[in-house]
Design a binder for this molecule. Structure first.
Ligand code: NAD
Length: 382
Protein backbone atom coordinates (compact mmCIF):
# COMPACT_ATOMS: atom_id res chain seq x y z
CA UNK A 1 0.00 0.00 0.00
CA UNK A 2 1.36 3.47 -0.84
CA UNK A 3 0.94 5.53 2.28
CA UNK A 4 0.54 9.29 2.34
CA UNK A 5 3.42 10.85 4.28
CA UNK A 6 2.85 13.49 6.96
CA UNK A 7 6.07 15.36 7.65
CA UNK A 8 6.22 16.23 11.35
CA UNK A 9 8.23 18.82 13.20
CA UNK A 10 8.48 18.71 17.00
CA UNK A 11 8.72 21.87 19.09
CA UNK A 12 9.87 21.25 22.67
CA UNK A 13 12.11 18.19 22.74
CA UNK A 14 11.69 16.97 26.32
CA UNK A 15 9.98 13.99 27.96
CA UNK A 16 6.85 13.81 25.81
CA UNK A 17 8.61 14.67 22.57
CA UNK A 18 10.86 11.63 22.90
CA UNK A 19 7.83 9.43 23.58
CA UNK A 20 6.11 10.89 20.52
CA UNK A 21 9.14 10.46 18.26
CA UNK A 22 9.53 6.87 19.43
CA UNK A 23 5.93 6.23 18.33
CA UNK A 24 6.80 7.55 14.86
CA UNK A 25 9.76 5.15 14.80
CA UNK A 26 7.41 2.25 15.62
CA UNK A 27 4.98 2.98 12.79
CA UNK A 28 5.65 -0.42 11.15
CA UNK A 29 3.74 -1.76 14.17
CA UNK A 30 0.50 -0.67 12.48
CA UNK A 31 0.34 -2.65 9.24
CA UNK A 32 -2.90 -1.28 7.77
CA UNK A 33 -2.33 2.47 7.84
CA UNK A 34 -2.54 4.44 4.59
CA UNK A 35 -0.81 7.42 6.17
CA UNK A 36 2.72 7.53 7.57
CA UNK A 37 4.28 10.13 9.89
CA UNK A 38 7.87 11.09 9.25
CA UNK A 39 9.94 13.14 11.69
CA UNK A 40 11.85 15.76 9.69
CA UNK A 41 12.44 18.67 12.09
CA UNK A 42 13.01 19.40 15.78
CA UNK A 43 13.30 22.62 17.77
CA UNK A 44 14.34 23.22 21.36
CA UNK A 45 16.04 26.15 23.04
CA UNK A 46 18.45 23.68 24.67
CA UNK A 47 20.65 22.31 21.85
CA UNK A 48 21.57 19.26 23.98
CA UNK A 49 17.94 18.12 23.74
CA UNK A 50 18.22 17.87 19.96
CA UNK A 51 21.07 15.31 19.87
CA UNK A 52 18.96 12.22 20.66
CA UNK A 53 16.63 13.09 17.77
CA UNK A 54 19.48 13.75 15.34
CA UNK A 55 21.22 10.51 16.32
CA UNK A 56 18.14 8.31 16.06
CA UNK A 57 16.07 9.79 13.23
CA UNK A 58 17.77 9.74 9.85
CA UNK A 59 15.10 11.98 8.28
CA UNK A 60 15.64 14.91 10.68
CA UNK A 61 16.98 17.61 8.39
CA UNK A 62 16.10 20.66 10.47
CA UNK A 63 17.35 20.89 14.08
CA UNK A 64 17.08 24.42 15.43
CA UNK A 65 16.99 26.37 18.69
CA UNK A 66 14.44 28.92 17.42
CA UNK A 67 11.11 27.23 16.64
CA UNK A 68 10.31 29.96 14.10
CA UNK A 69 13.02 28.50 11.86
CA UNK A 70 11.19 25.15 12.02
CA UNK A 71 7.92 26.86 11.13
CA UNK A 72 9.59 28.59 8.16
CA UNK A 73 10.58 25.22 6.71
CA UNK A 74 8.48 24.03 3.76
CA UNK A 75 9.55 20.48 4.72
CA UNK A 76 7.14 20.51 7.69
CA UNK A 77 3.38 19.87 7.29
CA UNK A 78 2.43 19.17 10.90
CA UNK A 79 3.77 20.06 14.34
CA UNK A 80 3.67 18.18 17.62
CA UNK A 81 4.21 20.81 20.30
CA UNK A 82 5.18 19.81 23.85
CA UNK A 83 6.19 22.95 25.72
CA UNK A 84 5.70 24.30 29.25
CA UNK A 85 2.19 25.70 29.61
CA UNK A 86 3.10 29.42 29.68
CA UNK A 87 4.31 29.05 26.06
CA UNK A 88 1.27 27.23 24.64
CA UNK A 89 -0.74 30.23 23.45
CA UNK A 90 2.04 32.14 21.73
CA UNK A 91 3.69 29.13 20.07
CA UNK A 92 0.45 27.33 19.11
CA UNK A 93 -0.79 30.59 17.52
CA UNK A 94 2.48 30.90 15.57
CA UNK A 95 2.14 27.28 14.38
CA UNK A 96 -1.41 27.94 13.22
CA UNK A 97 -0.43 31.24 11.55
CA UNK A 98 2.29 29.32 9.66
CA UNK A 99 -0.45 27.06 8.27
CA UNK A 100 0.91 23.91 9.92
CA UNK A 101 -1.42 21.28 11.38
CA UNK A 102 -1.08 20.96 15.15
CA UNK A 103 -1.11 18.19 17.71
CA UNK A 104 -0.73 20.27 20.85
CA UNK A 105 -0.18 19.12 24.37
CA UNK A 106 -2.68 19.75 27.11
CA UNK A 107 -3.89 21.93 28.68
CA UNK A 108 -3.85 23.72 25.30
CA UNK A 109 -3.20 27.12 26.89
CA UNK A 110 -2.10 27.97 30.42
CA UNK A 111 -5.55 29.32 31.27
CA UNK A 112 -8.96 30.04 29.74
CA UNK A 113 -7.85 33.32 28.10
CA UNK A 114 -4.83 31.60 26.51
CA UNK A 115 -7.03 28.76 25.29
CA UNK A 116 -9.44 31.26 23.72
CA UNK A 117 -6.52 32.92 21.91
CA UNK A 118 -5.61 29.56 20.39
CA UNK A 119 -9.20 28.86 19.37
CA UNK A 120 -9.50 32.33 17.80
CA UNK A 121 -6.32 31.67 15.80
CA UNK A 122 -7.82 28.37 14.60
CA UNK A 123 -11.06 30.09 13.63
CA UNK A 124 -8.98 32.38 11.40
CA UNK A 125 -7.26 29.40 9.69
CA UNK A 126 -10.00 26.84 8.90
CA UNK A 127 -7.55 24.79 6.80
CA UNK A 128 -5.46 23.94 9.86
CA UNK A 129 -6.33 20.67 11.60
CA UNK A 130 -5.68 20.81 15.35
CA UNK A 131 -6.11 18.30 18.15
CA UNK A 132 -4.96 17.97 21.76
CA UNK A 133 -2.99 15.03 23.08
CA UNK A 134 -4.91 12.57 25.30
CA UNK A 135 -3.77 8.98 25.00
CA UNK A 136 -5.45 7.05 27.83
CA UNK A 137 -8.75 6.44 25.98
CA UNK A 138 -6.71 4.29 23.60
CA UNK A 139 -5.92 1.69 26.27
CA UNK A 140 -7.94 -1.41 25.31
CA UNK A 141 -10.03 -1.28 28.52
CA UNK A 142 -10.88 2.41 28.06
CA UNK A 143 -11.53 1.91 24.37
CA UNK A 144 -13.91 -0.96 25.14
CA UNK A 145 -15.82 1.34 27.52
CA UNK A 146 -16.06 3.90 24.70
CA UNK A 147 -17.60 1.17 22.53
CA UNK A 148 -20.09 0.34 25.29
CA UNK A 149 -21.04 4.04 25.42
CA UNK A 150 -21.44 4.17 21.63
CA UNK A 151 -23.72 1.12 21.85
CA UNK A 152 -25.83 2.78 24.59
CA UNK A 153 -25.32 -0.18 26.93
CA UNK A 154 -25.51 1.60 30.28
CA UNK A 155 -29.21 2.48 30.55
CA UNK A 156 -29.74 5.50 32.77
CA UNK A 157 -26.39 6.72 34.09
CA UNK A 158 -26.15 6.51 37.89
CA UNK A 159 -22.69 8.00 38.35
CA UNK A 160 -19.42 8.55 36.49
CA UNK A 161 -16.05 8.82 38.16
CA UNK A 162 -12.77 9.58 36.39
CA UNK A 163 -9.36 10.23 37.89
CA UNK A 164 -5.67 10.51 37.23
CA UNK A 165 -3.37 9.94 40.19
CA UNK A 166 0.39 10.25 40.69
CA UNK A 167 2.44 9.87 43.85
CA UNK A 168 6.06 10.94 43.30
CA UNK A 169 5.35 14.40 44.78
CA UNK A 170 4.83 12.73 48.17
CA UNK A 171 8.62 13.05 48.40
CA UNK A 172 9.16 16.58 49.83
CA UNK A 173 12.73 16.50 48.51
CA UNK A 174 11.77 15.92 44.89
CA UNK A 175 13.41 18.88 43.12
CA UNK A 176 11.25 21.71 41.85
CA UNK A 177 10.62 21.92 38.10
CA UNK A 178 8.44 24.11 35.88
CA UNK A 179 5.42 21.87 36.51
CA UNK A 180 5.47 22.87 40.20
CA UNK A 181 5.62 26.64 39.59
CA UNK A 182 2.43 28.53 38.78
CA UNK A 183 4.20 31.04 36.52
CA UNK A 184 5.07 28.24 34.08
CA UNK A 185 2.49 25.57 34.86
CA UNK A 186 -0.47 27.85 35.51
CA UNK A 187 -2.90 28.55 38.31
CA UNK A 188 -4.64 25.24 37.60
CA UNK A 189 -1.67 23.20 38.93
CA UNK A 190 -2.53 19.49 38.93
CA UNK A 191 -5.82 20.26 37.17
CA UNK A 192 -4.00 21.69 34.15
CA UNK A 193 -1.63 18.74 34.05
CA UNK A 194 -4.20 16.00 34.41
CA UNK A 195 -7.65 17.52 33.77
CA UNK A 196 -7.85 16.92 30.01
CA UNK A 197 -7.04 13.27 30.60
CA UNK A 198 -10.01 12.78 32.92
CA UNK A 199 -12.44 14.90 30.90
CA UNK A 200 -11.80 13.62 27.36
CA UNK A 201 -14.25 10.69 27.44
CA UNK A 202 -16.98 12.48 29.47
CA UNK A 203 -16.90 15.51 27.17
CA UNK A 204 -16.92 13.35 24.03
CA UNK A 205 -20.19 11.81 25.21
CA UNK A 206 -21.78 15.19 25.91
CA UNK A 207 -21.29 15.18 29.67
CA UNK A 208 -20.27 18.80 30.12
CA UNK A 209 -20.81 19.57 33.83
CA UNK A 210 -23.66 21.94 34.60
CA UNK A 211 -22.31 22.57 38.12
CA UNK A 212 -18.83 22.36 39.64
CA UNK A 213 -17.79 22.17 43.30
CA UNK A 214 -14.14 21.65 44.20
CA UNK A 215 -11.67 20.98 46.98
CA UNK A 216 -8.08 21.87 46.05
CA UNK A 217 -5.03 21.00 48.18
CA UNK A 218 -1.50 22.36 48.46
CA UNK A 219 0.36 19.73 50.43
CA UNK A 220 4.06 20.31 49.78
CA UNK A 221 4.62 24.07 49.64
CA UNK A 222 8.42 24.19 49.19
CA UNK A 223 10.88 22.08 47.22
CA UNK A 224 14.66 22.17 46.68
CA UNK A 225 15.95 23.93 43.55
CA UNK A 226 19.07 22.85 41.63
CA UNK A 227 21.28 24.32 44.38
CA UNK A 228 19.39 22.59 47.19
CA UNK A 229 17.78 25.83 48.40
CA UNK A 230 14.10 25.40 49.30
CA UNK A 231 11.88 27.56 47.07
CA UNK A 232 8.10 27.97 46.91
CA UNK A 233 6.13 25.19 45.22
CA UNK A 234 2.96 27.17 44.60
CA UNK A 235 0.82 24.89 42.43
CA UNK A 236 -2.20 22.84 43.57
CA UNK A 237 -1.13 19.28 44.33
CA UNK A 238 -4.54 17.62 44.39
CA UNK A 239 -8.03 18.49 43.20
CA UNK A 240 -11.32 16.73 43.82
CA UNK A 241 -14.31 17.97 41.81
CA UNK A 242 -17.95 17.09 42.33
CA UNK A 243 -19.96 18.01 39.25
CA UNK A 244 -23.50 17.42 38.08
CA UNK A 245 -24.19 16.56 34.46
CA UNK A 246 -27.64 17.50 33.16
CA UNK A 247 -28.64 16.14 29.77
CA UNK A 248 -32.06 16.26 28.12
CA UNK A 249 -33.17 13.08 29.88
CA UNK A 250 -30.99 12.56 32.93
CA UNK A 251 -28.90 14.11 35.69
CA UNK A 252 -26.01 12.40 37.39
CA UNK A 253 -22.86 13.09 39.42
CA UNK A 254 -19.53 13.31 37.61
CA UNK A 255 -16.69 12.91 40.13
CA UNK A 256 -13.27 13.99 38.89
CA UNK A 257 -9.97 13.79 40.72
CA UNK A 258 -6.50 14.86 39.62
CA UNK A 259 -3.80 14.14 42.16
CA UNK A 260 -0.04 14.51 42.25
CA UNK A 261 0.02 13.11 45.77
CA UNK A 262 -1.99 9.88 45.89
CA UNK A 263 0.19 7.56 47.96
CA UNK A 264 1.36 4.54 46.01
CA UNK A 265 -0.14 5.53 42.65
CA UNK A 266 2.50 5.64 39.92
CA UNK A 267 0.41 6.81 36.93
CA UNK A 268 -3.13 5.63 37.57
CA UNK A 269 -5.77 6.80 35.08
CA UNK A 270 -9.23 5.35 35.60
CA UNK A 271 -12.86 5.65 34.61
CA UNK A 272 -15.92 4.07 36.23
CA UNK A 273 -19.35 4.34 34.66
CA UNK A 274 -22.30 2.93 36.57
CA UNK A 275 -25.68 2.62 34.89
CA UNK A 276 -29.06 1.08 35.63
CA UNK A 277 -28.54 -1.66 33.01
CA UNK A 278 -24.79 -2.00 32.75
CA UNK A 279 -21.66 -0.78 34.53
CA UNK A 280 -17.99 -0.79 33.53
CA UNK A 281 -14.71 0.14 35.20
CA UNK A 282 -11.14 0.35 33.91
CA UNK A 283 -7.91 1.49 35.51
CA UNK A 284 -4.37 1.55 34.12
CA UNK A 285 -3.34 0.16 37.52
CA UNK A 286 -4.60 -3.22 36.28
CA UNK A 287 -4.15 -2.58 32.56
CA UNK A 288 -5.30 -6.05 31.51
CA UNK A 289 -8.48 -5.97 33.56
CA UNK A 290 -11.89 -4.72 32.47
CA UNK A 291 -14.68 -5.00 35.04
CA UNK A 292 -18.30 -5.02 33.91
CA UNK A 293 -21.65 -5.79 35.48
CA UNK A 294 -24.87 -6.43 33.60
CA UNK A 295 -27.96 -5.89 35.71
CA UNK A 296 -30.40 -8.78 35.36
CA UNK A 297 -33.57 -8.22 37.40
CA UNK A 298 -34.03 -10.87 40.07
CA UNK A 299 -30.53 -12.26 39.53
CA UNK A 300 -27.52 -11.80 41.84
CA UNK A 301 -25.49 -8.67 41.09
CA UNK A 302 -22.12 -10.00 40.12
CA UNK A 303 -19.14 -8.22 38.50
CA UNK A 304 -17.37 -9.95 35.65
CA UNK A 305 -13.63 -9.61 35.14
CA UNK A 306 -12.28 -9.80 31.61
CA UNK A 307 -8.57 -10.36 30.96
CA UNK A 308 -7.76 -7.96 28.13
CA UNK A 309 -5.19 -8.51 25.44
CA UNK A 310 -4.01 -6.17 22.70
CA UNK A 311 -7.36 -5.13 21.20
CA UNK A 312 -6.39 -1.74 19.83
CA UNK A 313 -8.28 0.93 17.91
CA UNK A 314 -5.89 0.43 14.97
CA UNK A 315 -4.75 -3.10 14.08
CA UNK A 316 -1.20 -3.84 15.25
CA UNK A 317 1.32 -6.60 14.64
CA UNK A 318 1.33 -7.42 18.37
CA UNK A 319 -0.25 -10.76 19.19
CA UNK A 320 -3.73 -10.45 20.65
CA UNK A 321 -2.67 -12.07 23.95
CA UNK A 322 0.15 -9.62 24.69
CA UNK A 323 0.05 -6.64 27.05
CA UNK A 324 -0.63 -3.05 26.01
CA UNK A 325 1.29 -0.18 27.65
CA UNK A 326 1.79 3.60 27.72
CA UNK A 327 3.95 3.77 24.53
CA UNK A 328 1.23 1.78 22.74
CA UNK A 329 -1.39 4.34 23.80
CA UNK A 330 0.75 7.14 22.32
CA UNK A 331 1.13 5.15 19.08
CA UNK A 332 -2.62 4.58 18.85
CA UNK A 333 -3.33 8.26 19.59
CA UNK A 334 -0.89 9.29 16.86
CA UNK A 335 -2.67 6.90 14.48
CA UNK A 336 -6.01 8.51 15.35
CA UNK A 337 -4.54 11.98 14.76
CA UNK A 338 -3.06 11.07 11.36
CA UNK A 339 -6.16 9.12 10.31
CA UNK A 340 -8.51 12.00 11.18
CA UNK A 341 -6.23 14.61 9.61
CA UNK A 342 -6.23 12.73 6.31
CA UNK A 343 -9.73 11.20 6.29
CA UNK A 344 -11.82 13.55 8.45
CA UNK A 345 -15.18 12.01 9.36
CA UNK A 346 -14.31 8.96 7.25
CA UNK A 347 -11.55 8.00 9.69
CA UNK A 348 -11.24 4.25 10.19
CA UNK A 349 -12.55 4.12 13.73
CA UNK A 350 -14.79 6.66 15.41
CA UNK A 351 -12.81 7.89 18.42
CA UNK A 352 -10.49 10.83 17.70
CA UNK A 353 -8.08 12.88 19.76
CA UNK A 354 -9.45 15.69 21.95
CA UNK A 355 -10.78 18.56 19.84
CA UNK A 356 -10.04 22.26 20.37
CA UNK A 357 -13.70 22.69 21.42
CA UNK A 358 -13.25 19.98 24.06
CA UNK A 359 -10.12 21.73 25.36
CA UNK A 360 -12.24 24.87 25.72
CA UNK A 361 -14.94 23.00 27.64
CA UNK A 362 -12.26 21.54 29.89
CA UNK A 363 -10.88 25.04 30.53
CA UNK A 364 -14.37 26.18 31.53
CA UNK A 365 -14.53 23.31 34.04
CA UNK A 366 -11.03 23.98 35.41
CA UNK A 367 -11.65 27.71 35.73
CA UNK A 368 -14.97 26.98 37.47
CA UNK A 369 -13.13 24.67 39.88
CA UNK A 370 -10.68 27.45 40.85
CA UNK A 371 -13.59 29.84 41.36
CA UNK A 372 -15.67 27.28 43.27
CA UNK A 373 -12.87 26.56 45.73
CA UNK A 374 -11.83 30.21 46.11
CA UNK A 375 -15.39 31.37 46.84
CA UNK A 376 -16.54 28.23 48.67
CA UNK A 377 -19.54 27.75 46.40
CA UNK A 378 -20.97 25.68 43.60
CA UNK A 379 -20.34 27.28 40.18
CA UNK A 380 -23.04 26.97 37.53
CA UNK A 381 -21.87 26.39 33.97
CA UNK A 382 -25.23 25.58 32.39
N1 NAD B 1 0.09 13.52 27.31
C1 NAD B 1 0.78 13.21 28.41
O1 NAD B 1 0.63 12.13 28.96
C2 NAD B 1 1.75 14.20 28.97
C3 NAD B 1 2.67 13.80 29.94
C4 NAD B 1 3.60 14.76 30.41
C5 NAD B 1 3.54 16.06 29.93
N2 NAD B 1 2.61 16.41 28.99
C6 NAD B 1 2.53 17.78 28.46
O2 NAD B 1 3.57 17.95 27.49
C7 NAD B 1 4.05 19.29 27.53
C8 NAD B 1 5.55 19.25 27.79
O3 NAD B 1 5.78 18.48 28.94
P1 NAD B 1 7.14 17.63 29.09
O4 NAD B 1 6.92 16.74 30.27
O5 NAD B 1 7.54 17.03 27.81
O6 NAD B 1 8.13 18.81 29.50
P2 NAD B 1 9.73 18.84 29.43
O7 NAD B 1 10.14 19.87 30.42
O8 NAD B 1 10.30 17.47 29.53
O9 NAD B 1 10.02 19.36 27.94
C9 NAD B 1 9.76 20.67 27.54
C10 NAD B 1 10.84 21.06 26.52
O10 NAD B 1 10.52 22.35 26.00
C11 NAD B 1 11.77 23.01 25.78
N3 NAD B 1 11.52 24.46 25.62
C12 NAD B 1 11.24 25.37 26.58
N4 NAD B 1 11.05 26.59 26.02
C13 NAD B 1 11.17 26.41 24.69
C14 NAD B 1 11.05 27.30 23.57
N5 NAD B 1 10.76 28.59 23.70
N6 NAD B 1 11.25 26.77 22.32
C15 NAD B 1 11.55 25.47 22.15
N7 NAD B 1 11.69 24.61 23.19
C16 NAD B 1 11.49 25.06 24.43
C17 NAD B 1 12.60 22.64 26.98
O11 NAD B 1 13.97 22.87 26.77
C18 NAD B 1 12.25 21.17 27.13
O12 NAD B 1 13.14 20.34 26.42
C19 NAD B 1 3.23 20.01 28.59
O13 NAD B 1 2.15 20.64 27.98
C20 NAD B 1 2.74 18.88 29.49
O14 NAD B 1 1.52 19.17 30.16
C21 NAD B 1 1.74 15.49 28.50
Amino acid sequence: MTAQTLRFGIIGCGLMAREFASAIQRWAHLPDMDVRPQLVAVADTRPSCLCWFQENFADVRVAVSDYRDLLASSEVDTVYCALPHHLHASVYCDIIAAGKHLLGEKPFGIDLAANERILAALAGRPGVFARCSSEFPFYPGAYQIIRFLQEGRFGRIIEVEAGFWHSSDLDPNKPINWKRQAQFNGEYGCLGDLGMHVLHIPLRFGWMPATVAAVLSKIVTERPDATGRRVPCDTWDNAVLTCEVRTADQRFPLLLSTKRIAPGEMNTWFIKIHGTEFSAEFSTKQPRTLRTMTYRPGRPQSWEVLDLGYQSAYAAITGAIFEFGFPDSILQMLAAFCDELVHGEQMRQPFGCATPQETHQHHLVLTAALEAYRDGRVVNLA
